[in-house]
Structure formats: structure tokens, C-alpha cells
Write a protein that binds this ligand. Structure first.
Ligand SMILES: [Fe+2]
Length: 183
């Protein structure tokens, strides 16, 4: 057997072993919470870059505001950890890594201006939708586990993510798209 084949089998076995450590709904809650913690941390590095790349002042402000909110959301996850007594895993959210990478590609490939602003809004909304889905699932899990303070804390973050998504939709519709069309 070639060394490549051995490496592939070893990787698959390892992945299987890792997956097997999540057995209960509580394990799944811990995994999902650790995943979104990583996602939020990645956003604290990505949002300043998106703000710097934006030309529209309202969009720049929206990214800066959401950066502040994201710091608060990380603190809220710390509060959830305290309230539920769980221990977060050191994992990287690969979905967010991909979304951030796509956003960075837009920044590298499109000249600063209304078209890049439009691309940045789309990239940010993909992130928001990922987070909305993640927090929605986490809240459902916390509910099933009877973790009421976690439900409340995660619900506050979910609301912020939804408001950001709506704010971005409005910006796209009312200002940035018009600029991109040269109106
Ligand atoms: Fe967030």
C-alpha cells in the first residue's frame, strides 16, 4: 500500500474517532457552542478588514458596530459556559474560515467602491445567516437540555445577528445598490 493511501486511511480513522466523541445532546451542545465561539473569534479579525475595505460610510459604521456586538457575543458565550458548567473544545469553525476567505477574495479582487461594498454586504450576510442558523440550533439544544439561562443569553445574540442582517439588507437596497448602478 502506498504511503499516501496509508495517510488517507489514518486521516479517515482519526476523523471517525473524533466524531465518536459526540454521543449525547449535551456533547452536541458543547461542540456547537465551541464551533460558534471559534466563528465569532474569526469575525473579530475579519470585521475590521471589511470596515477598512468599505467606502460607504453607513456600511463602514455597520461593520464597526457589529464588531463591538461581536465582542459582546463572545462574552455572552463565556457566560453560557459559566451558567451551564460546560468546557469548550479547542476547535476551528471551518465553515466560517471558508466564508471569511471568500470575503477576503472579494477585497483582493474588486477595486474599492460601490461594487466592492455590494460584494461585502453579500459576504457579511452569508456570515449572518450561518450565525443565525447556528444560534437557532444552539437555542433548541439548550431548550431540550433545560438550560434556561443559556436559552436567554443565546437568544439575545440571535436577535443581534438578525438585526444586523436586516440592517445590511436595507443598506444594500437603499444606498449601496443605487451607488453601484451610478444613480
Ligand atoms: Fe456574531
Amino acid at each position: 500500500m502506498s504511503s499516501v493511501a496509508v495517510a488517507v486511511i489514518a486521516t479517515l480513522c482519526c476523523a471517525k474517532e473524533k466524531a465518536m466523541t459526540t454521543k449525547t445532546l449535551r456533547d452536541l451542545f458543547i461542540h456547537s457552542l465551541s464551533d460558534i465561539y471559534s466563528a465569532e473569534k474569526q469575525m473579530t479579525k475579519s470585521l475590521p478588514k471589511m470596515a477598512r475595505a468599505s467606502t460607504n460610510p453607513d456600511l463602514k459604521a455597520a461593520f464597526e458596530t457589529h464588531l463591538e456586538e461581536t465582542h459582546g457575543q463572545i462574552q455572552r458565550i463565556d457566560q453560557v459556559v459559566e451558567a451551564t458548567g460546560v468546557k469548550l473544545k479547542r476547535i476551528k469553525c471551518v465553515a466560517m474560515e471558508g466564508l471569511v476567505e471568500e470575503g477576503q477574495e472579494q477585497i483582493d479582487e474588486i477595486e474599492k467602491g460601490p461594487v466592492l461594498d455590494t460584494a461585502l454586504i453579500a459576504a457579511a450576510q452569508k456570515v449572518e445567516h450561518y450565525e443565525i442558523a447556528s444560534y437557532g440550533s444552539l437555542i433548541a439544544l439548550a431548550n431540550q437540555l433545560g438550560e434556561t439561562s443559556a436559552v436567554k443569553l443565546l437568544g439575545e445574540t440571535l436577535q443581534e445577528e438578525k438585526s444586523t442582517d436586516e440592517k445590511l439588507s436595507l443598506l444594500a437596497e437603499e444606498k449601496v445598490a443605487a451607488e453601484a448602478l451610478g444613480k
